[in-house]
Design a protein around this ligand. Sequence first.
Ligand SMILES: Nc1ncnc2c1ncn2[C@@H]1O[C@H](COP(=O)(O)OP(=O)(O)OP(=O)(O)O)[C@@H](O)[C@H]1O
Ligand SMILES: O=P(O)(O)OC[C@H]1O[C@H](OP(=O)(O)OP(=O)(O)O)[C@H](O)[C@@H]1O
Ligand SMILES: [Mg+2]
Length: 391
Amino acid sequence: MSSSVCSLRATLTPLSSHSPPLHSHSSLYSSSPPPPRRRSSHRIYCAAASIDERSVIRLGIPSKGRMADETLALLKNCQLTVKQVNPRQYVAYIPQLPGLEVWLQRLKDIVRKLVSGDLDLGIVGLDTVCEYGRGNEDLILVHDQLAYGDCHLSIAIPKYGIFENINSMSDLAKMPEWTSERPLRIATGFVYLGNKYAKENGLKHVTFSTGEGAFEALPAMGSADAILDLVSSGTTLRENNLKEIDGGVVLESQAVFVGSKNSLIRREGVLDITHEMLERLEAHLRAIGQVMVTANMRGNSAQEVAERVLNQTSLAGLQGPTISPVYCRGSDGTIKVEYYAISICVAKKDLYKSIRQLRAIDGSGVLNYNLTYIFEEETTRWLDLLERLGL
Ligand SMILES: Nc1ncnc2c1ncn2[C@@H]1O[C@H](COP(=O)(O)OP(=O)(O)OP(=O)(O)O)[C@@H](O)[C@H]1O
Ligand SMILES: O=P(O)(O)OC[C@H]1O[C@H](OP(=O)(O)OP(=O)(O)O)[C@H](O)[C@@H]1O
Ligand SMILES: [Mg+2]
């Protein structure tokens, strides 16, 4: 786990006793609860409410770019479909989570608004949380592996010229070219993380410059020596004659579910919605890697079939196989049990091995189907979150 992630896991600093309660209602609605969440009144209510006044809970999700569609798809797969009145309206809602407003925002703004208190929860890349959150102790990771948006933040240098034989961060740091007058110039959209990494790794003569993108062009243009940027397929680096070096990965990133500690502790309802979202996310993500396999097996008793099944290494299931009698009418008209249906949850990667093992013990009519959810008793992430919140 990277140090940046660890800093997000830092223990909660006690909230100031002067902090106002976050769940009081707006003066507009001081004598009654907020109006019903009808679309027409929605925008007026949101515009009028400020951080200390609002009682609705706000989730920020990416409004555009490569994270947007996958975030909507993930939520939909968790039966939390985001309903947008029209694509240019930036506030939406999830029918299953009344009391929650969904705000479509640029990635960096989601993090900034979590810090400022304008959002309570958000889904963004870890890289953005770490860069724009700047180690703010109010930010807390609720789920750190949403399994999309995978990339890493990495230092890259030209393959040619003075860098031809440079293959590691220590090679790079030791190059005689870098002095206080002429430092190593790194172009990046991640100045905060770049400086932090340089400090933590004893990189002395280094300076960071920033811009809006296309950093890979800058070494060839001569305006930077190296870059610090996100890499996923590596194509952009390759096409621009750049290479990564040993020890140059600053952060591994993927989409995360992040919250404001202050909101989680103080704003009514945030913890409950977070719990429900976390459970649905975990149950869905757990199910992605698993498949349900059923087969019929001839046997004298469930116990005997269970013994045969459990002797096979891939057939143990999550908690053991479920075995049920299959009733059929014999030729003499009586109902009897000759077969047992077994159902097991297996890892997708082990599916074929499991089917072979089932056949080896006379399993027939093997079916498999995808799972939508696997719920466990209580998620470790939830218990861990409560502990980190001091609750
Ligand atoms: N190859 C990649 N390059 C950049 N970001 C990636 C990559 N793969 C996954 N991501 C994730 O997607 C996020 C960036 O998405 P995107 O490029 O759409 O937004 P942006 O860079 O903020 O916007 P824009 O490119 O319009 O300025 C990153 O913060 C990261 O979490
Ligand atoms: O390893 P790869 O798969 O080639 O992806 C990496 C590239 O993708 C991103 O740029 P993006 O497409 O977001 O363009 P931008 O620089 O305009 O933000 C990132 O900043 C890299 O340039
Ligand atoms: Mg981009």
